[in-house]
Unconditional design. Structure first.
Length: 147
């Protein structure tokens, strides 16, 4: 009876270990046709609400007159939802803007490189790109967006 019990527990252990290893080896699938995962979008939404929504709007809609400079000569926050120019920039450029801000580009956005790590920056970008229509996202890809 002791041997049967040991074998039973041995098989249970093998099944449990196999399940854990299989689960650890499986990456979360990306959103259909996109570079990011649903988890990145969810995390990015939370970060966006804290760090970005105050200027860019809760749904990344930006400021209505974002093309018109303010009295101080700076430009207001543009939409990030695919209706402005964010999709003209590759992922690397979007990350640099999040890291360093837009002050060197005529805007007033502060940099978040000291606040958000690379994974957080990518999550924020994933969130606002999740608002991009497929046509805009594909145009971004065609322009070399993932380079």
């Amino acid at each position: 009876m002791g041997i049967v019990r040991q074998r039973k527990w041995g098989w249970i252990g093998v099944v449990l270990i196999s399940s854990v290893l299989t689960a650890c080896g499986e990456a979360e699938p990306t959103v259909a046709g996109r570079w990011y995962t649903p988890s990145q979008v969810t995390e990015g939404q939370a970060l966006f609400q804290v760090y970005c929504a105050g200027c860019h709007g809760a749904a990344a809609q930006g400021t209505q007159d974002w093309r018109t400079p303010l009295a101080n000569g700076k430009y207001p926050p543009p939409p990030l939802n695919g209706t402005a120019h964010a999709w003209h920039h590759p992922l690397k450029g979007l990350k640099l803007t999040v890291q360093n801000g837009g002050q060197g580009l005529g805007g007033s956005m502060p940099g978040f490189g000291g606040t958000l790590d690379e994974a957080d920056q990518e999550a924020v970008i994933a969130y606002f790109q999740s608002h991009w229509p497929d046509q805009i996202y594909q145009a971004w890809i065609s322009r070399g967006g993932l380079k």
